[in-house]
Design a protein around this ligand. Structure first.
Ligand SMILES: *Cc1c(COP(=O)(O)O)cnc(C)c1O
Length: 362
C-alpha cells in the first residue's frame, strides 16, 4: 500500500519532491555502500564530502555563479543572516539601504539597528499593509549594499524585477523563492535562503557571497559569525547540518536532472500561480490581498467574504487532504504556498475545490 500523501500547501517547512523523499528512504540505512546512514557518517568522510561538494557545484551551475562567488551552508536560519550581514559588512562608517516589504524585511532592519549600524530605509510598503512592492526608489550612491526580500512569504508579494541599484550590490533574502526562477546573480553581493521553503528541510541556510564583500569583514567578530570562517573551510569549520545539506543536494539534483533547470521550473511555477490568480480575477468570492503587479508566484494570499467562511474553507480543505492553507497568524486569511515541489496537480485540485466551495457558499 502506498503511504498517504496530502496536497501540501505549507509555508515552511514545506513540501519536498516525493522522488527525493523516496531516494532518501531507499538509501537511509546504507548510504552508498558505507553500511551507515548519512546521519551516522563523519562529516569529514568521503561520503559526506561528495554530498557537500556536489551541492555546492549544483548551486553554482543553477545560479550561473562566476568564480568571485563562494557558497556556504550555515546554521541559525535566515534570521541569523539578518545580524551577520551588517556585522560583517557595515563597519568603519559604512552604510546600507534597506527596502521594507514585510515581516521579514522589518526583522532584518531591526537587527541592523540593534547592532547600532547606520542603515537607511529607502522605501517601504507599510502604508498599505505591505500589499505591494515599492517602485521608483532612489538609492544612496555610497551604500555598501541594498537589502531586499525577494519574496514576502507572509504578505504574498514578490519582486517581479529586481531594482536597479547602479554599482551598489544587492543583498537579498531569497528564503521563499530561491531556485524558483532564473535571475542575473551577478548583480548580487550576497544571497541567503533558509532551506525549509524551497530547498530542503529546516536546519540549514544557503549563503552565496561575493569576494569583494568578504574583504570588508572586521577582525574582531566571533569566529562562527564571520563568513570567511565558513567559506574558507567548505562549510566545515564545525560540524555542519549533514542531513539537511544532503536533502538539499538531492533537491538540487532533482531541479537540474528531473525538472531541467530554472527556466523550466519558472514556467511551471507561472502556470501554477496563474491557476489561482485567474480564479481570483474571475471571482467575487475570493479576493487576492496583493496588488496585481506585485503578486507572489510562491505564496498566494487571499481572503474569503468572512472569517467564518475562511474557517470553514480551511477545515473542508483539510478534510479533503489539502493542508497548510491558513494564513500566517499575524495576518489571518488564507495562503496557498506553491513552492517548486508543489505539483501542478495539487494546485489544480485546490482550484477545483475552491470553485466548488464558492458555488456552495457564495
Ligand atoms: C521563513 C523566512 C525567514 C526565516 O527563516 P528562518 O530560517 O526560520 O530563520 C526569513 N525570511 C523569509 C523571506 C522567510 O520566508
Amino acid at each position: 500500500m502506498s503511504p498517504k500523501r496530502i496536497h501540501n500547501f505549507n509555508a515552511g517547512p514545506a513540501a519536498l519532491p516525493q522522488s527525493v523523499l523516496e531516494e532518501i528512504q531507499s538509501e537511509f540505512l546504507d548510504f552508498k555502500g558505507s553500511g551507515m546512514s548519512i546521519t551516522e557518517v563523519s562529516h569529514r568522510s568521503k561520503w559526506f564530502e561528495e554530498v557537500i561538494n556536489d551541492a555546492v557545484a549544483r548551486v553554482k551551475r543553477l545560479l550561473k555563479l562566476d568564480d568571485r562567488y563562494k557558497v556556504a551552508f550555515l546554521q541559525g536560519g535566515a534570521s541569523m543572516q539578518f545580524a551577520m550581514i551588517p556585522m560583517n559588512f557595515l563597519n568603519d562608517g559604512r552604510t546600507a539601504d534597506y527596502v521594507n516589504t514585510g515581516t521579514w524585511s522589518t526583522k532584518a532592519i531591526k537587527e541592523a539597528k540593534l547592532l547600532g549600524k547606520s542603515i537607511k530605509v529607502v522605501a517601504s510598503s507599510e502604508d498599505r499593509n505591505f500589499a505591494y512592492i515599492p517602485k521608483n526608489i532612489s538609492f544612496s550612491k555610497d551604500a555598501t549594499y541594498v537589502h531586499i526580500t525577494s519574496n514576502n512569504t507572509i504578505k504574498g508579494t514578490q519582486w517581479a524585477q529586481f531594482p536597479d541599484t547602479g554599482n551598489v550590490p544587492l543583498v537579498a533574502d531569497m528564503s521563499s523563492d530561491i531556485f524558483s526562477r532564473p535571475f542575473d546573480a551577478s548583480r548580487f553581493g550576497l544571497i541567503y535562503a533558509g532551506a525549509q521553503k524551497n530547498m530542503g528541510p529546516a536546519g540549514v541556510c544557503l549563503v552565496v557571497v561575493r569576494d569583494d564583500l568578504l574583504k570588508l569583514e572586521p577582525g574582531n567578530l566571533p569566529t562562527m559569525l564571520k563568513y570567511t570562517t565558513h567559506t574558507e573551510q567548505n562549510s566545515m569549520y564545525n560540524t555542519p547540518p549533514c542531513f539537511s545539506i544532503y536533502t538539499a543536494q538531492l533537491v538540487l539534483k532533482w531541479l537540474e536532472e528531473t525538472v531541467g533547470g530554472l527556466e523550466k521550473m519558472a514556467t511551471i511555477n507561472q502556470k501554477k500561480a496563474a491557476l489561482l490568480y485567474n480564479l481570483f480575477d474571475q471571482s467575487d468570492f475570493y479576493r487576492g490581498t496583493a496588488d496585481k503587479d506585485s503578486r507572489s508566484l510562491m505564496n498566494v494570499t487571499f481572503r474569503l467574504p468572512s472569517e467564518e467562511l475562511e474557517k470553514k474553507f480551511i477545515a473542508e480543505a483539510s478534510a479533503n487532504d489539502m493542508g497548510g492553507l491558513k494564513g500566517h497568524r499575524s495576518v489571518g486569511g488564507c495562503r496557498a504556498s506553491i513552492y517548486n515541489a508543489t505539483s501542478e496537480k495539487s494546485v489544480a485540485t485546490l482550484v477545483d475545490f475552491m470553485n466548488a466551495f464558492a458555488k456552495k457558499n457564495g
